[in-house]
Design a protein around this ligand. Structure first.
Ligand SMILES: [Zn+2]
Length: 364
């Protein structure tokens, strides 16, 4: 986890002025907590990448175990970490056609769902010799930015940035260039991937925020919206849900550019309220930093309130799954801690299931 923290920290520092320009939230909307995806859902459960190892969390029992079937494996043999099948020496993971793909240090590797059959799948498409921002996997795509020194003017380094995606399902696929820009002129925030389209935002120094759709198959880029108003977006067809911290949610018609308010934020609330959308529901999440709980309101896409509940000992929303919401804990916010079945929320009787990821390294 140390390396991930370093990358995230670097990313936040380098991009901070632009995140500040785009919105108060420093972390991407649908990309959630970290840029690099560390939890992936399958029909049976969740695969979790933590501390260089892959765990499996069963959807029925919520028991979590290492993805390792080796007899008498020590799992954390510090001299021979790679002896363990669950060890990936990386953090981002995804699942494609019954295989786990992972981002290792200098390769994208893959393995069987039981942890066996590790293989180096694609040599690293990224350039470790330069500043690198990892956005991680979304489905079969891996996203990243490489930044190069372009020139030096008056002792100031002029940087050039390249934002790429690579479809890792076929090892012969080449990386695709999505955007290139001059160093500090612009920031990129990826938002969501739906039907082979990447939706993302760019923010410029003059305060302009642009919403784009990039077709990852045809490599065609379309500008959807331009504004100076801060917010995140969730796109669905010709509509976009504008998610604004503390302020609420609006629905934007991308053809007519007409907007209407769906959810009004509570401006008197002393805490920070963040909004999410997944195309089924709108989620309002307020973290109460006094008693460390989350106040959560679930709305339908018309902004009608469906459920309102408090999630104890949860710091924030970690993943919106098909049938569960997963929250990070208080003590270790980078680890999934509580799962809440969506059904139980909608029925007004929320059920809290604790996820226990074993602590592998006491010294971390
Ligand atoms: Zn093992």
């Amino acid at each position: 986890m140390k390396r991930l923290c370093v990358y995230l920290l670097l990313g936040v520092i380098l991009l901070f002025p632009f995140y500040a320009a785009i919105g108060e939230e420093a972390l991407p909307g649908q990309w959630f907590i970290t840029n690099t995806k560390t939890m992936v859902e399958t029909t049976e459960g969740y695969y979790i990448s933590y501390d260089g190892f892959v765990f499996f969390c069963d959807k029925e029992s919520f028991e979590t175990k290492l993805v390792c079937a080796r007899h008498n494996c020590l799992h954390q043999n510090e001299m021979h970490l790679s002896d363990c099948d669950a060890y990936i020496d990386g953090f981002g993971i995804t699942v494609i056609s019954d295989r786990i793909y992972y981002q290792g240090f200098d390769t994208i590797g893959r393995m069987q769902m039981d942890g066996t059959g590790h293989e180096e799948w694609i040599p690293a498409p990224w350039d470790r010799n330069t500043q690198q921002e990892e956005y991680g996997f979304q489905g079969k795509y891996y996203f990243y930015v490489n930044e190069y020194i372009d020139s030096v003017e008056n002792t100031i380094l002029q940087m050039k940035d390249f934002f790429y995606a690579i479809d890792v399902s076929d090892r012969d696929n080449q990386k695709v260039l999505i955007e290139e820009w001059d160093g500090l002129e612009k920031a990129i925030i990826p938002l969501q991937v739906s039907d082979d389209s990447l939706y993302y935002m760019t923010g410029a120094m003059n305060g302009d925020i642009n919403l784009w759709r990039f077709d990852l198959k045809t490599q065609k880029r379309t500008q959807l919206y331009c504004t100076q108003e801060k917010g995140m977006y969730y796109c669905k067809g010709d509509k976009a849900y504008i998610l604004q911290v503390n302020q609420g949610v609006s629905l934007l018609d991308l053809n007519t550019k007409e907007k209407r308010v769906l959810v009004t934020g509570d401006q008197t609330n002393p805490y920070y309220t963040q909004y999410y959308c997944d195309g089924r529901y709108i989620y309002s999440m307020t973290t109460n930093t006094d008693n460390f709980s989350c106040d959560m309101i679930l709305y339908n896409l018309e902004g009608e309130e469906l459920a309102h509940t408090e999630i104890p000992s949860a710091s924030y929303l970690y993943l919106i799954g098909q049938d569960h919401l997963i929250f990070g804990g208080i003590e270790a916010p980078d680890v999934p801690h509580v799962a809440v079945p969506l059904n139980s929320l909608l029925q007004g009787e929320p059920v809290f299931r604790t996820i226990n990821v074993p602590e592998l390294f006491a010294y971390d």
